[in-house]
Ligand binder design. Structure first.
Ligand code: C2E
Ligand code: MG
Ligand code: MG
Ligand code: MG
Length: 284
């Protein structure tokens, strides 16, 4: 019995795997036309100062409005676009569109201080020879100052990075663009290695925030976050936390010295109008 049940399970698993592979294949081949037809759109999630709840900026998160499958999250198609190289034109579009949007917000809220825009970069984009030139071009055409842009690169993309890979990031950093280390704490980067990287922001991965959800929070988790924050601050890095879902987490992270936060507690990713009204309201 056990054997036949196991057999059925395998068949089911195979069928699911096949279905997934078919969808993957279909999505991969549909990507270029989708970009041309304008099926991608961007949602923005606010980044908030933990101290006073004011809006610090927003992260641009891409979605695909697929004619058959509905709205797909980036985890469904970014890896495919990365694999085929379509991430380069798609990423260029995301950068252009979100920088334009950020400039629009700034023009309307000039009294609210500089609003920042965070854009994710995948490893292929990082290796692209035109990364610096295209970023400069996008900024110049939009009128957004480089200091208002933050490019997010995952920790894993920079593990073992040599000087060739770091050079374009250094150039961007010298222009004033912030580089954030995204999903920090999930890779295996040597903390001492941080000094070598041209980053100015650490984005603590959501897994740390989840550890704060218990009451009382795990004391070891607290110590780890406290340690990361003090190390980051001693290296002049700002600390952003992802995945803040409750007020208790926000309070805890504020006490631990984190600078900015992002999460459903403040706002889910949404249409650009949301950011506009949050800026009008002055605080989340
Ligand atoms: P990420 O950069 O770490 O972005 C944060 C993810 O956490 C987003 O998922 C966001 O919707 C989600 N999130 C925010 N607050 C909360 C919360 O309180 N609780 C929980 N459970 N989740 C929260 P999303 O939008 O599905 O994006 C997933 C990943 O896709 C991003 O992770 C990023 O690595 C990648 N991505 C998104 N847009 C782009 C893009 O334009 N280019 C590239 N290369 N990657 C992108
Ligand atoms: Mg990110
Ligand atoms: Mg992240
Ligand atoms: Mg993440």
């Amino acid at each position: 019995r056990a054997k036949s049940a196991g057999g059925n399970r395998f068949e089911l698993a195979d069928a699911e795997a096949d279905a997934r592979a078919i969808t993957r294949h279909g999505l991969t081949t549909a990507l270029p036309a989708a970009l041309e037809r304008g099926e991608f759109f961007i949602e923005y999630q606010p980044l908030v100062h933990l101290g006073d709840g004011t809006v610090h900026g927003a992260e641009a998160l891409v979605r695909w409005c697929h004619p058959q499958h509905g709205v797909l999250g980036p985890d469904r198609f970014i890896p495919l676009a990365e694999h085929t190289g379509l991430i380069v034109p798609l990423g260029r579009w995301v950068l252009e569109e979100s920088v334009r949007q950020a400039h629009f917000w700034q023009e309307r809220h000039s009294d609210g201080g500089p609003l920042r825009i965070n854009v994710n970069l995948s490893p292929t984009q990082l290796h692209h020879p035109l990364l610096v030139a295209e970023t400069v071009d996008v900024l110049e055409r939009s009128g957004l100052e480089p200091g208002a842009l933050c490019l997010e690169v995952t920790e894993s993309a920079l593990i073992g990075a040599d000087d060739d890979l770091l050079k374009p990031l250094r150039q961007l950093a010298e222009m004033g663009v912030d580089i954030a280390l995204d999903d920090f704490g999930t890779g295996y980067s040597n903390l001492a290695n941080l000094r070598r990287l041209p980053v100015s922001v650490l984005k603590l991965d959501r897994s740390f925030t989840q550890g704060m959800q218990q009451h009382p929070a795990d004391p070891v988790d607290l110590k780890i976050v406290e340690g990361i924050v003090s190390l980051a601050h001693s290296l002049d890095l700002a600390v952003t936390v992802e995945g803040v879902e409750t007020g208790a987490q926000a309070e805890q992270l504020r006490e631990l010295g984190c600078d900015t936060a992002q999460g459903w507690y403040y706002a889910r990713p949404g249409a650009p109008d949301r950011i506009h009204s949050l800026l009008l309201a002055d605080a989340v």
